[in-house]
Ligand binder design. Sequence first.
Ligand SMILES: Nc1nc2c(ncn2[C@@H]2O[C@H](COP(=O)(O)OP(=O)(O)OP(=O)(O)O)[C@@H](O)[C@H]2O)c(=O)[nH]1
Ligand SMILES: [Zn+2]
Length: 213
Amino acid sequence: MNDSSTPPASSDHATETRPDGARLQPAKARARLEDSIRNLLEAVGEDPDREGLRETPERVARLYLDLFSGLYEDPRRHLEKQFSTDGHSGPVIVKDIPFQSTCEHHLLPVRGKAAVAYLPDGGRLTGLSKLARLVEGYARRPQLQERLTDQIVAALVEVLRPRAVLVMLEAEHMCMTLRGVRAPGSLTVTLGAHGLWAEDLAARGEILGLMKS
Ligand SMILES: Nc1nc2c(ncn2[C@@H]2O[C@H](COP(=O)(O)OP(=O)(O)OP(=O)(O)O)[C@@H](O)[C@H]2O)c(=O)[nH]1
Ligand SMILES: [Zn+2]
């Protein structure tokens, strides 16, 4: 593989800020999370100082920092390392990428599989593992499946400038299986497309077929 002559995307991608410009700080978040979990235990009538719960706020704070670690990175940075295509002009598809997310309405797990495809523009390729890292970075946040799909598409478009992108996510939402409507086994499928695969349904169908095969 050759080093790309393409300049990397903006280094602003390495850190992310809230819309108000404040930097997200995991250390501060951890202390606040611990307090919040303690409050939650008290609110449900538990004693956070009893032996079994004493370390729970700290454990759960760590858990949430892990589940929401995508809030502390800009996943677009994973696409910055690029290679030349060496003439390859066909689609690149990585499928069966497992992901774990959190439904932003109920803070319950969402687990699924992603398939990510792009059609290089003749100049830029990214590492295959970077597609899975991109999915993970956006999944590890409070999310909607539709937004997660769109963010993955937008990142690929912005950084790789490919001729086409297609992203398909299939996921089980625990908020639909453990509670509420209780529909275990139900799967939500979302699709995001850009460029040729948004415009040409026959071309999109061919890629979808490969994603599902
Ligand atoms: N569109 C979309 N909806 C989601 C996602 N995750 C969870 N939901 C839905 O968000 C909705 C929230 O609905 P509400 O009526 O405010 O909450 P609720 O009373 O707990 O809803 P029920 O789950 O129907 O009991 C539910 O229909 C969930 O199924 C997602 O990723 N995308
Ligand atoms: Zn939910």
